[in-house]
Write a protein that binds this ligand. Structure first.
Ligand code: HEM
Length: 266
């Protein structure tokens, strides 16, 4: 009954407003922080290809817990991707609350941003646009990784990127995720006053410089990694080797123990 009254009048019989929007805001911040930090780790792991094919192979096997399961178990990657997918969907659902619901709302927001000529307000539009794009781009990637976790590695990933045409999607996803992630982290810092210090105005300027530095760093790293996978993918086609899995060179050995095998680097 109380819900019904609040639904009609906007407040309860006691005159209180729901705390749910504040709780949802908090959840949106928490899921966003988790996803942004996950993406930093993700980009560093994916960029292991820039060191060598063997190194990327070793990283892949470590994430499949090759130190517990002989040869690694891709099911662990499927589970991790499923968990990330759930957080990703929850974050997107919470974010939808902030998008303008009709043209009039959009017009009001646009006019407001133009009138204020305030950089942070303009950043909001980038955040909303990249978030919307990721609904589609991120879902495709997560579903494919979740259902093909056994096909991750220097050759399998390169084949997916080049021969299976994932590179155009990755270019768009990379741009969206790097802009969205760093703008999101910056907005979290401002919203919760994490680095306000004694002079919030001055610190905000510094924070924005750090934000741009991180965006550029992860974009350069991401595009360099993508180029490396594309080059391997093209070589795979030229060598008639598409679909074949990478075989580690002698540098990556298997340590034999009496009753189990553990993968490692010599
Ligand atoms: C546990 C979850 C995830 C796993 C296991 C995973 C795994 C991978 C792997 C193995 C690659 C290399 C290319 C390939 O094999 O297809 C890749 C690339 C990429 N992933 Fe993910 N990913 C995950 C979540 C995400 C999320 C949530 C996003 C963003 C919404 C994302 C964005 C990207 C982008 C942009 C690339 C291309 C990066 C580049 O080439 O530099 N990934 N991912």
């Amino acid at each position: 009954m109380s819900d019904l009254i609040e639904g009609y009048l906007g407040k309860t019989v006691e005159g209180r407003k729901s705390r749910l929007p504040a709780k949802l805001d908090y959840l949106q911040s928490a899921t966003g922080l988790f996803l942004a930090l996950f993406m930093w780790a993700h980009m560093l792991l994916v960029s292991s290809i820039l060191i060598s094919e063997d190194f990327m192979y070793t990283v892949t096997k470590l994430l499949e817990a090759s130190f517990i399961f002989e040869g690694g178990n891709p099911l662990l990657v499927t589970i991790a991707a499923a968990v990330i997918f759930v957080v990703f969907i929850a974050h997107a659902g919470l974010g939808m609350r902030k998008l303008p619901g009709n043209f009039k709302q959009y017009q009001v927001m646009k006019a407001h941003a133009k009138h204020m000529n305030h950089d942070d307000t303009k950043l909001w539009f980038t955040q909303a646009g990249t978030g919307f794009a990721m609904f589609f781009l991120g879902s495709v990637h997560l579903y494919i990784i979740m259902t093909n976790s056994a096909d991750i590695g220097p050759y399998a990933s390169a084949d997916r990127i080049w021969s299976e045409w994932m590179w155009p999607l990755y270019i768009l996803l990379l741009l969206a995720v790097e802009l969205h992630g760093t703008i999101g982290l910056y907005r979290l810092c401002v919203k919760w006053g994490w680095f306000d210090g004694d002079n919030p105005r001055e610190n905000r300027v510094k924070l924005k410089k750090v934000k741009w530095g991180l965006t550029v760093f992860f974009l350069v790293l991401g595009f360099a990694s993508l180029a490396a996978y594309m080059k391997i993918g093209i070589d795979q086609v030229n060598n008639n080797n598409v679909g074949n899995k990478y075989q580690p060179t002698a540098k990556v050995m298997e340590y034999k123990m009496p009753n189990k095998t553990i993968g490692g680097i010599a």
